[in-house]
Design a protein around this ligand. Structure first.
Ligand SMILES: [Zn+2]
Length: 281
């Protein structure tokens, strides 16, 4: 499921315009190289000049010049496709309301309030994939398969708090910026020009969700999750129970976002304990 930019790139800049039926001479080849080098320089420049200070977390991060408004727009555009992939929203109005209530309590009583993201929380019908995820900009989802395994409201707050952590720490934007840098230029052009189409946005976000976050990003989200839970009056120890539930669930063929490659659960629980000591009063 790699992001496929080659065909576009060919159509826009190569194939028809320059190549046509004629053979490329040395001059033309040189020109192509120069153009490619310019694009490469541009994406490097864009990446390193696009560093932004995350005021909520107090750290600098490379998000390729992507603004929170763009994150919100991308998330809202791709939400319907994500919902569809998971069998739609769960029909229970009570279930939806419960998920929203816990999400709102976390946002309204924590640092999440200081961000401009448009948080919303949804229960997906999917009875098989034990998963939760957040799109850039604040749209947050949990599948029924995970929801039904949870033992308490605090655990649900743990799941949602972790996902809000990805939003606040702008992990999606960080990933998009890296993807643009390393994989190239259509991605960069599309994101930076801000004229992405819905289809392109959905494809990019789909990619993003299917890719697991890095180890450090997961640990950071755990820590933010603990922080949010604590300030919203939830018991952050419950997040450890969530880890155990996810660990058990990953015994099957499904790979929860949470659990996929990285930190071993013991290590992760240790780090959660450290976060609790740091943030829980
Ligand atoms: Zn995560």
């Amino acid at each position: 499921m790699a992001y496929r930019r080659q065909p576009n790139y060919g159509n826009q800049y190569g194939g028809q315009g320059y190549g046509g039926g004629r053979r490329r001479g040395g001059g033309q080849f040189k020109m192509m190289l120069i153009i490619a080098a310019c694009f490469a320089a541009f994406s490097l420049f864009k990446y390193y000049s696009g560093g932004q200070y995350n005021e909520v977390l107090g750290e600098k991060q490379y998000v390729g010049g992507i603004e929170p408004e763009q994150e919100i727009a991308l998330g809202l555009q791709s939400a319907p496709a994500m919902v569809q992939q998971h069998g739609g929203l769960h029909p229970s109005a009570e279930g939806q309301e419960f998920v929203k209530r816990v999400g709102r309590r976390l946002v309204e009583n924590s640092i999440a309030r200081e961000t401009k993201y448009q948080y919303d929380f949804h229960l997906l019908a999917d009875p098989n994939a034990v998963n939760a995820f957040a799109l850039p900009g604040g749209q947050t989802f949990i599948t029924y398969a995970l929801f039904e395994k949870l033992e308490s409201e605090d655990q649900l707050a743990g799941v949602i708090g972790h996902e809000i952590g990805h939003v606040i720490a702008r992990h999606g934007a960080e990933r998009m910026a890296k993807q643009s840098l390393t994989q190239g230029l259509t991605g960069a052009a599309v994101i930076m020009a801000g004229d992405y189409s819905t289809a392109q946005a959905a494809q990019m976000i789909g990619n993003l969700v299917n890719m697991s976050y890095g180890r450090e990003q997961e640990l950071e989200s755990d820590e933010i999750g603990v922080r949010l839970m604590s300030s919203a009056g939830y018991d952050p120890h419950a997040l450890k129970g969530v880890m155990e539930i996810l660990e058990k669930a990953s015994g099957g063929s499904r790979q929860p976002e949470f659990n996929s490659t990285h930190p071993s659960p013991e290590n992760r629980i240790e780090r959660i304990d450290e976060a609790i000591q740091k943030w829980h009063r």
